[in-house]
Design a protein around this ligand. Structure first.
Ligand code: HAM
Length: 419
């Protein structure tokens, strides 16, 4: 679990702001969900025999004897909230959320025990058009962030019935190959055989390559749904690869599944993943409601963006230096008046006293454009000395009552330069 330090937060904020803008541009509205849910919710939605539920959840009993779990993902809580608050009904609901998730995985680069997702869920729409919309939102976000080199992998898992037939054939095949299976796969053979296809063990590559493919088992309606989605993506000019081995690590998926993958981050290359989960709302006690969504991993996106652009924190416009007790008192009022007059002004007020020289050194270190200097003389005269710190210009004396005009011009100049 990591601290996100002040030097890193500008990149986080940049991604969060851009993601929020994209979500809102497509009509998705934010929902804020608890970090803790009843353990039962995750068991029933993610699935008993998944890695997450079997060994990665932070589960505890509270004082009242309820078993609670720190959320390992956001979809289950979002569905729970939708049912509980009557949001889903027959209406269309497009929602997004952001925040920390918790999985007790083996930590490595790109894989943490507290990590952050931005997730998007759309309820009440069963067509492939909304799946395509989600993927186009992803593509737009990558463009806006300037992230390149992400590959879209796509598959369809069909209906639970089709998957059950496939599962039988897959188990029969894997049993025939029993001697070639590694320990992990043997353990999964009768609990979660589809996950064997996800194995990263090179010794399993051949067994997996020769296994029957789920896509050959799709029912007619799922096949048509998948074809239509592919057509929409083709028309929109979004490239993708069909990956028949893409099964995802959570049990609730039906039909469309997808992942955005990069080769630049080593083993943890999936930056964003999602798919359709048409059965989950009903399974959790709601009316039958088709649904689809995705979640992107903030840490992985930050790592990718760190390789390209890194937005810096904005330095202050001004740093207020105050020498003498009266100046400190006056200075605090002056600073508040300036902030009232100039929303958007970044003003650092010196705290902790010290000599004039020491305060000026601080001002310089803050990267502020100017130091505002207030001593006994300035207070008596109703003025402030303004000392430019960056361009070698002359110090000047300005009436305190007109200082906001001067700073306003400085901020306009900054905006003009930015344009
Ligand atoms: P997921 O594939 O488990 O799906 O996670 C989505 C993304 O979260 C991953 O692609 C990855 O970028 C990030 N992620 C997952 N685990 C970690 C970790 N331990 N450390 C860092 N990043 C991680 C879901 O969570 C589904 N709820 C997505 C979804 C929404 N499907 C439909 N709607």
């Amino acid at each position: 679990m990591h601290d996100i330090l002040p030097e890193q937060t500008p990149v986080w904020q940049h991604i969060e702001d851009t993601a929020r803008a994209v979500c809102e541009a497509y009509g998705y509205r934010e929902i804020r969900l608890p970090l803790v849910e009843r353990t039962e919710l995750f068991r029933r939605s993610i699935g008993e025999v998944t890695d997450i539920v079997e060994k990665e959840m932070y589960t505890f009993e509270d004082q009242g004897g309820d078993s609670l779990t720190l959320r390992p993902e956001g979809t289950a809580g979002c569905v729970r909230a939708g049912i509980e608050n009557g949001l889903l009904g027959n209406q269309v609901h497009r929602l997004w959320y952001a925040g920390p998730m918790f999985r007790r995985e083996r930590p490595q680069k790109g894989r943490y025990r507290q990590f952050h997702q931005v997730g998007v869920e759309a309820f009440g729409l069963e067509g492939p058009d909304v799946d395509a919309e989600l993927i186009l939102m992803n593509a737009r976000l990558w463009r806006r962030l300037g992230v390149g080199g992400l590959r879209l992998e796509l598959n369809s898992l069909g209906t639970p019935q089709a998957r059950a037939r496939y599962r039988e054939d897959l188990v029969a095949y894997l049993e025939r190959r029993g001697e070639d299976l590694d320990a992990d796969s043997r353990r999964r053979l009768h609990t979660n055989p589809l996950r064997i296809l996800d194995s990263k063990n090179p010794a399993m590559t051949e067994v997996i390559a020769e296994a029957p493919a789920l896509i050959d088992y799709l029912d007619e309606a799922s096949r048509a749904h998948f074809e239509e989605l592919r057509g929409l993506l083709d028309d929109a000019g979004v490239g993708y690869e069909i990956n028949p081995r893409l099964v995802r690590g959570l049990d609730y998926y039906t039909r469309t599944v997808f992942e955005w993958v990069t080769d630049e981050l080593g083993a943890q290359g999936t930056v964003c993943a999602g798919g359709r989960y048409d059965g989950l709302v009903e399974q959790l006690g709601g009316k039958p409601t088709p649904a689809t969504g995705f979640a992107l991993g903030m840490e992985r996106l930050v790592a990718l963006l760190g390789l390209t652009a890194r937005p810096e924190a904005e330095p202050p416009h001004a740093y207020l230096v105050m020498v003498g007790d009266t100046a400190v008192r006056e200075g605090f009022f002056l600073a508040e008046r300036l902030r009232d007059a100039l929303p958007g002004l970044r003003l650092h007020v010196h705290c902790g006293g010290g000599s004039f020289k020491a305060q000026l050194r601080r001002a310089d270190k803050s990267d502020a454009q100017v130091a505002l200097i207030l001593g006994e003389q300035e207070v008596a005269d109703g003025t402030v000395a303004v000392k430019p710190l960056r361009d070698g210009a002359q110090q000047q004396v300005i009436e305190a009552s007109r200082l906001h005009e001067w700073l306003s011009a400085l901020m306009r100049g900054e905006r003009a330069a930015a344009d």
